[in-house]
Design a binder for this molecule. Structure first.
Ligand code: HEC
Length: 555
């Protein structure tokens, strides 16, 4: 059930439920009956089953759930724990019935053998990525806009670019005048074709920087945050877990690693409260709520149960980034849209979304801080120097390769950033024609326009002592990588220079690249950013399930 933010009551301190209880809610897979749960897959184990299921999946399910089963928008991922822990019988029951009101068709018309084959294939996705990868191999019926032909495509018109031209140190600037008209190119279906990292592949940084592997074998590593004592907190979102890393060995690995909390519902945002050297709590943005655990410097494990701080709407864009104002009086939480570009006045699921919300961290009653921001859930952070709130935003899709730029910007209180009616200032979304002319001039042009579809996620302000002085205070941001562009873009870490002014000029630079192979296959996807106590930059990567460490050597 969706909770209207306006009606949210202050809920803090009422529920001191242990997290395990909070999680008990969706044990049942779409309310499948027990009889379905117990039903066994009669074709399980037959050599041809998964293979046949793969073909049926490509024909019937891929268009919504994606090549690798990753889902997008309001279509859920099939790689999650939720599908993994469901029994084959429950999945069979669900796909037979569908969930029409929510956009999942019923598949009862397929012969039951075919439905079981699909179940075998779907169940193989989460546990063995290789099964999903096999789908990415060239096949006769591949989309003509797939990377296998597009890779020979001519270079994109400047200032737009793609992975073939990303190079550490290259400076780029996209301005409002560079935007093409909508639909100049068609909307591409080009999700990340993920492969294991080949032995000779490694991230590439500018001259003078060295890249090492800090941690590996993680499970969906996403947002990171450095605690005041230097410990590194990491959200492993799909695993429902927060980990802590401590110290650094001489070869650049953590001295210790521990699970701080588990059993959480897709945790992402992490922030320490109150800000400053001596926090009492760590706040976590789960997909459905903000919670907090008691925390004191040095804790490697939550010392008490979670407290509930605020409810958040679920579904659609699921990441919930959080941060605090420098004086600790405000908590910010980002909630992205449910859909790509639905008008909230037509889709009730969009109510109170595509916003940054704010409240008093001790008695939280969420109010709108800024709106019309399609998906800021992948990253918000307060600039520790200026106190300004910044966000990293995934803009809308399906208008062509070079629309709409993602962006990084400081956020004006009460500011309107256009979604869904306008984009990048007063450009009308053609799907929302004629609506809200009064908002046209209110739509703010963001500070730094990024490559459209690059999927800008986590970022941090560099306050370390290790990088050259010119990097002081600059933003380092992850581009998780495109699916809606014929030749992929993003899949890198960028630097947004602030020139020690606290303000952006609109420019950004490629900083860490090399996550895409020359044939377009993807082995790495940056998500979270943190600065280690020694001043090196840590980058989480949820494709290779690792954390990379970038340090400056001057060589
Ligand atoms: C038209 C788009 C569309 C197609 C095609 C489609 N799905 Fe779905 N699917 C959805 C949506 C939307 C949901 C979410 C429904 C809900 O939450 O009630 C969903 C939910 C699911 C779920 C439940 C996942 C979860 O985490 O709850 C499974 C399993 C699933 N689909 C499998 C399939 C399979 C297998 C096929 C092909 C036979 C398929 N879907 C085809 C849109 C689609």
């Amino acid at each position: 059930m969706r909770v209207a933010i306006r009606r949210m009551i202050p809920v803090i301190a009422i529920s001191l439920l242990p997290v395990s209880l909070l999680q008990a809610v969706d044990k049942k897979f779409h309310n499948a009956p027990d009889s379905a749960k117990e039903q066994k897959n009669p074709y399980e184990g037959q050599a041809t089953t998964v293979e046949a299921g793969k073909k049926l999946y490509a024909r019937n399910c891929l268009s919504c759930h994606g090549k690798t089963g990753q889902g997008k928008g309001n279509v859920p991922s099939l790689l999650d724990e939720k599908v993994e822990v469901a029994t084959a019988g429950e999945v069979f029951w669900f796909i037979t019935r569908g969930s029409k009101d929510n956009g999942m068709p019923a598949w009862a018309f397929l012969p039951s053998q075919q439905r079981w084959q699909i179940v075998s294939y779907v169940k193989s996705l989460g546990s063995s990525p290789s099964a999903a990868l096999a789908l990415a191999a060239p096949a006769p019926n591949r989309e003509p806009d797939s990377i296998y032909s597009a890779i020979k495509a001519p270079p994109p018109p400047a200032p737009f670019t793609d992975f073939r031209y990303e190079k550490p140190g290259n400076t780029r600037k996209i301005t409002v005048n560079d935007l093409p008209q909508p639909y100049v190119t068609k909307s591409a279906e080009n999700g990340a074709d993920e492969v294991a990292r080949p032995a000779n592949a490694w991230p590439v940084a500018p001259a003078g920087f060295k890249v090492e592997l800090y941690a590996s074998d993680l499970n969906n590593p996403r947002w990171m945050r450095t605690a005041p004592n230097g410990d590194i907190f990491l959200a492993e979102s799909n695993a429902g877990r927060i980990r802590v890393f401590r110290g650094m060995t001489s070869d650049g690995k953590p001295d210790a690693m521990q699970v701080f909390a588990s059993g959480l519902r897709r945790p992402y945002g992490i922030a320490f409260y109150p800000p400053g050297p001596d926090p009492q709590w760590v706040y976590i943005g789960n997909t459905n709520e903000v919670i907090r655990f008691p925390y004191h410097n040095g804790d490697l494990q939550a010392s008490g149960p979670a407290q509930h701080i605020a409810d958040l709407p679920t579904g659609g864009h699921w990441t919930r980034a959080i941060d605090f104002s420098t004086n600790g009086k405000r908590m910010f939480v980002a909630v992205g849209s449910e859909s790509n570009d639905d008008d909230p006045e037509e889709n009730p699921g969009e109510k109170d979304r595509a916003r940054i919300l704010a409240c008093n961290p001790e008695s939280c009653e969420l109010k709108v801080y800024a709106y019309g921001i399609r998906n800021p859930g992948g990253g918000i952070a307060v600039n520790p120097q200026t106190g300004d709130l910044w966000c990293s935003v995934n803009e809308r899709d399906a208008l062509g390769d070079n629309l709409v730029p993602d962006y990084i910007t400081h956020v004006q209180e009460g500011g309107f950033y256009g979604w869904p009616w306008w984009y990048i200032g007063g450009h009308q979304d053609p799907r929302q024609k004629g609506k809200h002319p009064e908002l046209k001039d209110k739509a703010i042009v963001p500070d730094v326009l990024l490559q459209p579809h690059n999927a800008s996620l986590g970022f941090t302000f560099y306050q370390g002592k290790q990088f050259p002085a010119e990097y002081q205070g600059d933003i380092f941001a992850a581009s998780h990588g495109s699916w809606n562009k014929a030749v992929r873009t993003g899949y890198e870490v960028i630097r947004v220079p602030l020139h020690q002014t606290g303000h952006a000029t609109g420019e950004y630079q490629d900083f860490l690249t090399g996550f895409v192979l020359p044939d377009g296959k993807v082995w790495g996807r940056p998500v979270g950013m943190a600065v280690a106590p020694d001043g090196s930059l840590l980058v989480s990567d949820d494709a290779s399930n690792s954390i990379w460490r970038v340090s400056y050597t001057g060589k």
